[in-house]
Design a protein around this ligand. Structure first.
Ligand SMILES: [Zn+2]
Length: 88
């Protein structure tokens, strides 16, 4: 889940942090200088729709996950399907 804060001067919303959709821990913090922040980012996203040269129409579904849930819940689930790991 993405958590936004409102900038008082502009009233614009800025991404402050992201929490894990599985356990609720912070999975990503926009302010890396803050105590206890991690730079780890992981998400699972699907975009479904149609695109033309001048416009598009799509729906996006996404989930944010923390490092522990990614490693201990999602990786074993993918491993159960014998999916090859891609490393960048
Ligand atoms: Zn988690």
């Amino acid at each position: 889940m993405k958590i936004y804060k409102t900038i008082p001067e502009t009233k614009a919303e800025q991404l402050e942090s992201t929490t894990c959709d599985l356990c609720g821990d912070i999975s990503y913090c926009q302010s890396p200088w803050a105590s206890g922040c991690s730079i780890f980012k992981a998400s699972i996203k699907m975009t479904d729709g149609q695109e033309w040269e001048d416009r598009g129409c799509d729906t996006e579904i996404s989930y944010d996950v923390c490092p522990d849930c990614f490693k201990n819940k999602l990786v074993p689930w993918f491993d159960s399907y014998n999916v090859a790991k891609e490393r960048g």
